[in-house]
Design a protein around this ligand. Structure first.
Ligand code: SF4
Ligand code: SF4
Length: 404
């Protein structure tokens, strides 16, 4: 099929599937298409492409690979794309905008976020919003959020009256649905949803975080408030793809036909208040595997839920650091330490026990990025959504692996 015909065919198929037009079932699964769930008067794909870790080539976003990924997603109904102002060094919006500009606007759902951390004055909200529309080559966003409400940004959210700013965009048709992404305490979440009316929210959820970082408590709170959830970090930034050997054996003994990614995504999607699961896919193979999960999607059984709990316990018992590589700590570290890279290397080391591998990669970091440069100022701790004690962990890694 010629490329132009392919795109045209996709457009026709998706225009029909976006509208529910009286469908009574909350779950739909047309042949060859991923499962969809009802959200207000539209249908949402259960899988969305998170544009935080786009494919790279020679230090640039690989547009050929991204276009291939986007085409495959849209062809299979996975037409939800989530970007943000600072993703991929501020280039994510431009790249996904370019990839999606090859389609009719009504055939994809685009989500973006107002970067609370970067706002210095109330007028910055609209300046950045207009810039985002331009970068994404659209004249409205389907979903728009206050990005990353947490202990450091909540005051700004209130001070700049962001809720009413978003409400104005919604009334003007510049955004269809308004929400927030969240990394704060349960008390803060309660206040946020008690004081405002939201269309949706974005929470970090996966079977490891369910009890570790109060994901269950927060999910239940918004579910009770009838606010649908879009899930971020369902695989913990890839951490639930590379399971420790003991956890992998457990998974394969109970579920011989599954992969860790399939299992992790199905677990998240099995929470009924979830409308879309975002996965930060970086190549076409990951896209194909995840699309396959959701074209053949089945809700987890009680036995599988039990298996997930047991795997989570195995992972925790192996001393893994619960870092999702969000990089919020590196934005504030005065010494420029590459915290997520060091934690990722350490987690890998704990799984493989291969110190040589750890040191090869560790020594490729710039001297200034290494753990030994930490001055224990603690600034990073308050920015970490996972509540990690970063200087303590860096000191431990330095002593245990680098010096040990
Ligand atoms: S405690 Fe260490 S890692 Fe954290 S901000 Fe300070 S210097 Fe950076
Ligand atoms: S240490 Fe915390 S803030 Fe830093 S990348 Fe990991 S999860 Fe994010």
């Amino acid at each position: 099929m010629k490329r132009r015909d392919f795109l045209k065919n996709c457009s026709v198929a998706l225009t029909g599937s976006l509208l529910l037009s009286g469908c009574k079932n909350s779950e739909q699964n047309e042949e060859g298409q991923i499962t969809r769930r009802k959200f207000k008067n539209i249908s949402m794909p259960l899988l969305g492409l998170g544009c935080m870790r786009l494919p790279m080539k020679n230090n640039q976003i690989d547009m050929d690979e991204l276009n291939t990924m986007v085409d495959y997603c849209i062809q299979h109904g996975a037409n939800y794309f989530d970007t943000a102002y600072r993703y991929v060094d501020y280039k994510s919006e431009i790249a996904i905008g370019k990839a999606l500009s090859r389609y009719n606007r009504k055939d994809f759902l685009l989500a973006d976020k107002s970067p609370l951390r970067f706002l210095k004055a109330e007028k910055d909200i609209d300046r950045i919003f207009q810039e985002q529309l331009r970068k994404c080559q659209v004249d409205y966003f389907d979903f728009y959020m206050a990005h990353n409400i947490n202990v450091n940004t909540y005051d700004k959210f209130k001070q700049f009256d962001m809720y009413n700013e978003l409400l104005k965009y919604k009334k003007d048709g510049k955004i269809k649905y308004m929400g927030f992404s969240f990394h704060g305490s349960t008390e803060m979440l309660k206040e946020l949803i008690d004081e405002h009316k939201w269309d949706f929210c974005m929470l970090q959820m996966n079977y490891l975080d369910w009890n570790v970082v109060k994901a269950k408590e927060q999910y239940e709170l918004v579910e009770k408030a009838k606010i649908p959830v879009i899930v971020m970090e369902p695989l913990r930034g890839g951490g639930l793809v590379k399971l420790p050997e003991e956890a992998l054996q457990k998974l394969h003994s109970e579920e011989p036909d599954t992969t860790p990614a399939n299992f992790g995504l199905r677990w998240v999607a099995s929470r009924k208040n979830v409308i879309t699961v975002l996965s930060g896919m970086s190549n076409i193979n990951q896209v194909k595997e995840n699309i396959n999960t959701f074209t053949n999607y089945k809700v987890m059984t009680e036995e599988e839920e039990q298996t997930a709990e047991e795997i989570a316990k195995i992972i925790q018992s192996q001393g893994e650091i619960n870092c999702t590589a969000c990089k919020y700590c590196t934005e504030v570290c005065p010494k420029g330490i590459n915290i997520p890279a060091i934690f990722a290397l350490y987690n890998q080391y704990k799984i493989t026990n291969d110190k040589r591998f750890f040191l090869i990669y560790y020594n490729s970091l710039a001297e200034s990025e290494k753990a030994s440069n930490c001055i224990k100022c603690g600034v990073c701790n308050s920015n970490c959504p996972q509540s990690l004690n970063i200087p303590e962990l860096l000191a431990k890694i330095n002593e245990e692996v680098v010096q040990g």
